[in-house]
Design a protein around this ligand. Structure first.
Ligand SMILES: C[S@@+](CC[C@H](N)C(=O)[O-])C[C@H]1O[C@@H](n2cnc3c(N)ncnc32)[C@H](O)[C@@H]1O
Length: 207
């Protein structure tokens, strides 16, 4: 893939291990409430990391399957949360990893790491793995981030940052243009360690 991310993430997890702690993100808490309210029973988490966001879903009766590029992150997830949770080792750019349809998808802090073709493929691969009337929730970094415009410009709104990671910064128009065809129905601002958008889509038809 175009991003040299495998090494970047693997090195980061080897060096920093559980770098975001064990508490779920604000977005994961909101997504859990939303999924529970809408009777979502199983979800896919592309870019699951070491699983800190997975646990809150599992504690609420939702079964979780993950995809993760870093072997070390998968080992950390097994160490902390057990091996019953299936995590495919590989890049989301190679989705799908199974033929399952999921009631929900939660994709946190990943899409903005990809280039435009990869983002488009991720959105349609996720949509295709949603059951009819399933929901997907993404979070993505916004142009309000203090890091926006810093680093080396690669293409419009995409920069190579510290350590070599590449980031695409979204605004409401670019969210709409990428997610509209995937059943976009809500964009909310949410604060994590960065200003993020919380993006909700619902499957109503095939794309
Ligand atoms: C910002 S982190 C978020 C991790 C996790 N959702 C959390 O908050 O605990 C992005 C995650 O996506 C993984 N990742 C990055 N690029 C990926 C790719 N192309 N395919 C699969 N996973 C990827 C990274 O290893 C990392 O675990």
């Amino acid at each position: 893939m175009e991003n040299e991310e495998p090494e970047f993430w693997e090195i980061n997890f080897i060096e920093k291990q559980e770098m975001w702690g064990f508490e779920p993100s604000n977005a994961a808490i909101l997504a859990k409430d939303f999924f529970v309210k809408n009777s979502v029973k199983n979800i896919l988490i592309p870019g699951i990391g070491y699983g800190r966001n997975a646990q809150i879903f599992r504690e609420n009766g939702i079964s979780v399957t993950g995809i993760e590029i870093s072997k070390t992150a998968i080992e950390l997830a097994e160490k902390h949360y057990g091996s019953e949770m299936k995590i495919y080792h590989g890049s989301v750019t190679d989705m799908p990893f199974d033929n399952s349809l999921y009631d929900g998808i939660f994709c946190y802090g990943l899409i903005h790491l990809l280039d435009s073709k990869e983002r488009e493929k991720l959105i349609s691969d996720c949509y295709n793995q949603l059951a009819d009337k399933g929901y997907m929730i993404f979070t993505a970094i916004t142009k309000e981030a203090s890091t926006y415009g810093k680093g080396r410009l690669i293409s419009k709104d995409r920069y190579e940052m510290f350590g070599g990671v590449k980031m695409y910064f979204y605004d409401r128009e670019t969210i709409a243009s990428e997610f509209n065809k995937a059943g976009l129905f809500e964009i909310k601002e949410i604060n994590e360690n960065y200003p993020f958008y919380l993006i909700k889509c619902r499957k109503t038809r095939s794309i």
